[in-house]
Each structure stands twice: as C-alpha cells, then as structure tokens.
Design a protein around this ligand. Structure first.
Ligand code: ZN
Length: 220
C-alpha cells in the first residue's frame, strides 16, 4: 500500500519523507540526478524580445531526454495574456509534437483556453496524457476536459470556500485528479486533507487513488 503524497506541479524542491514531486525547472537549469522534473516553454516566454523559438525547442528536446524528466510543461495557452494568441498556438503545437514524439505527458497552463486545447488535442490525435494544472473551472469545464481524457490538478484554491473550484471539485472523477502546490508555500498535504474532507473519504484512501493515477500515467 502506497501512502505517498504527490505534488504534480511545483517550482520548489522540498525534500520530505513520503513526498513525490514534479519540480518545474527553467530550461537553462540542467536536470539534477535525483527527483522528478518537468521542462517546457510557457506561453509567457513569448513576451521576451530575445525569445528564439527554434533555439528554445531544441534545448527543450535535449532536456526531455533525461529519464528524470517525467513531463513536458508548463506549456499551453493563456487568453488573458498579452502575447499574440496565434504565436501561443504555434508554440503549443510544436510542443504537442515533441510530447508525442518523445512520449512525455504534458502539464498544461490553460487560462480560458479549454476549447482550443481540446481542438488541438483532437487535431494532433495526441495520445500522451495531458494534465491541466491549477484547474479552477466550473462543473461544465470538468466534464468537458475529463470527457477528452484530460487530467485536472487542483491547487490551494481548494482551501478557499469562495473559489469556483470549491464547488466544482466534487465533480472531478478521482481517476483524473491530481494536487499541486505550484508557487505556494503550503504543503501539498494540506490540499489533500481539504480534499479528503470535501469528499468525505479517508486521507489514506485518497492518497492511494492519487498514487495510482501517478503510477499509471508515468508508467512507474
Ligand atoms: Zn507553475
């Protein structure tokens, strides 16, 4: 019986017993020998005037070769951001191709772009699992994304009863659920506890379910 906590997306390494994390690294940082990591090109990278798409993609391809790099991410689309949406789509599509070619699942940054993400998943006939990180949508968004086999990762918003996710959380199929701390200082355990309370299930049962998702998705 596995009783680990999984933090599917974070930017800080916390070494703790029973904690498995996928730490998101900057493309410029080499991959450490211990632990699990993700590398990707965030749509916000397009803001940088020095940004070179081909250069960034070849560095990304090299980083993804390491077996410790479990996923490609963050990549995705952000309708609230100033970078041209067309260029965001181009960058995202190139990363979908890499994810499929190298068989690395993707961790997605999705801001008001569910429809486009689903359209592109179908267009590319993508088989790799995708995880929308920091998911905060409605019940309808839950059904739409999970209906396409897309996983949802929930962050500390779950601790706030006024947030949308607090209401829509119970509609997430447990087979498609992850938790994450992203930029937050709090421990992922706290999010698990809040989730177990909302679902009226034992924390240990929830840990077993999420670990099963992790093992299945990353074939570990
Ligand atoms: Zn992040």
């Amino acid at each position: 019986m596995e009783l680990n906590f999984i933090d599917i997306h974070t930017h800080t390494t916390k070494s703790r017993d029973n904690l498995i994390q996928i730490v998101n690294l900057d493309l410029k940082s080499p991959c450490p020998e211990q632990g699990y990591y993700s590398y990707g090109i965030h749509p916000w990278a397009l803001d940088n005037v020095d940004f070179q798409i081909e250069e960034a993609l070849s560095l990304l391809e090299a980083r993804l070769q390491s077996p410790n790099v479990l996923a490609l991410g963050e990549a995705g689309l952000d309708k609230m951001h100033k970078a041209s949406f067309e260029r965001q789509i181009e960058l995202f599509e190139r990363q979908i191709e890499l994810s499929e070619a190298l068989k690395k699942p993707m961790i997605l940054h999705d801001v008001r772009s569910h429809n486009e993400i689903i359209t592109l998943r179908k267009k590319h006939k993508a088989h790799q699992p995708w995880i929308v990180h920091g998911f905060s949508g409605t019940e309808q968004d839950v059904q739409q994304l999970i209906g396409q086999g897309i996983y949802l990762s929930v962050d500390e918003s779950l601790l706030h009863s006024e947030r949308k996710i607090y209401k829509s959380f119970k509609f997430i199929d447990l087979d498609y659920l992850f938790f994450e701390t992203d930029m937050s200082e709090i421990g992922v355990e706290t999010i698990y506890e809040a989730a177990a309370n909302l679902l009226e299930m034992d924390l240990s049962d929830l840990q077993i379910r999420i670990f099963a998702n992790f093992a299945r998705l990353f074939r570990l």
